[in-house]
Design a binder for this molecule. Structure first.
Ligand SMILES: Cc1cc2nc3c(=O)[nH]c(=O)nc-3n(C[C@H](O)[C@H](O)[C@H](O)COP(=O)(O)O)c2cc1C
Length: 289
């Protein structure tokens, strides 16, 4: 998630520390308010080394996009997570009404250090909307994955897949994993929920790549359901930000611990000794292929 310094002055650094302590991975946004290198430094002495990935938005400026990929790879990020559901920003009416902008003194740590680009201001749109409209490339297609992979040594993960045919195409195009996601419902009103899309994607992929899911994971039982439907792992969005807003690093740690405890209880009460025991028959209406 972008802009984490809005929730706490430490921003992505606090999240990265809490994630490393909990032994879970973190995906750093292109639009982070802490830099690729600062966040990588958090994990320098951590054991085990954190499994951090870098989330990429393809900018119109391909030189800038390439520089982001190179920085992420040199800093030790383990995968490149390309978000494919936001070639342009959905209509976020509340952001528009409130003229969402970053407070002065807060910046896009990875972009401004590259090219001096701030977010251009508009009186009628949110600054995020204007940023997307001016800086991101809305014309990206599958062929751009070839370009990304030609310059990136990192495994490619596609975030924002909701259909079986797209999942198959993603893997044919070289993606090593897929994140079934509707961007937390923040892009297109009425989009299918990621949990509803998950079984179809898992079926289509048929083990040829890992399928992860995000969106609405709030409780341990949500994790259990996602894994029972075939996800390899889940990702958390807003709960992390809520913890961060309440108590910084400690708040994120608390959220992760709550979730871990709930996963343990849910698994125990379903008779699961390990992740391998989580399967579709645990669900009231098992998905039938
Ligand atoms: C404040 C905020 C910022 C986000 N920024 C990004 C981003 O920069 N890149 C991205 O791919 N997704 C972004 N997302 C979407 C999340 O990565 C994720 O898909 C979604 O929040 C998951 O749903 P959940 O919040 O219900 O767990 C953002 C979400 C939120 C709430």
């Amino acid at each position: 998630m972008a802009f984490q310094c809005l929730a706490n002055p430490e921003g992505e650094l606090a999240t990265a520390r809490a994630a490393a302590k909990a032994g879970v991975g973190m995906i750093l946004s292109t639009l982070a308010t802490r830099s690729i290198e600062e966040v990588a430094d958090v994990g320098i002495n951590a054991s085990p080394a954190p499994l951090n990935w870098f989330q990429l938005y393809i900018h119109r400026d391909r030189g800038l996009t390439q520089a982001l990929i190179e920085r992420a790879s040199s800093a030790g990020y383990k995968a490149l997570c390309l978000t494919v559901d936001a070639p342009l920003l959905g209509r976020r009416e509340r952001d528009q009404r409130n003229h969402f902008s970053l407070p002065s003194g807060m910046q896009l740590a990875n972009i401004s250090s590259l090219s001096g680009l701030g977010i251009p201001h508009s009186d009628t749109e949110s600054d995020l909307f204007t940023y997307f409209a001016h800086q991101l490339d809305p014309s990206i297609t599958w062929k751009d994955l070839d370009w990304v992979q030609s310059i990136s040594p990192l495994p490619l993960v596609l975030k924002g897949i909701l259909r079986a045919d797209d999942a198959i195409r993603a893997i044919e195009a070289g993606a090593k994993a897929i994140i079934v996601s509707n961007h937390g419902g923040r892009q297109l009103d009425g989009a299918i929920s990621s949990l509803n899309a998950l079984p179809e994607v898992v079926d289509a992929v048929a083990g040829s790549a890992d399928v992860l899911v995000d969106g609405g994971i709030r409780r341990g039982t949500d994790v259990l359901k996602a894994l029972a439907l075939g996800a390899k792992a889940v990702l958390l969005g807003r709960p992390v930000l809520w913890g961060l807003a309440v108590a910084g690093e400690e708040g994120v740690s608390h959220v992760l611990q709550l979730l871990r405890d709930e996963i343990d209880v849910s698994m125990a009460l379903c008779g699961c000794r390990g992740i391998q025991d989580i399967e579709p028959s645990l669900l009231v209406q098992p998905y039938k292929s």
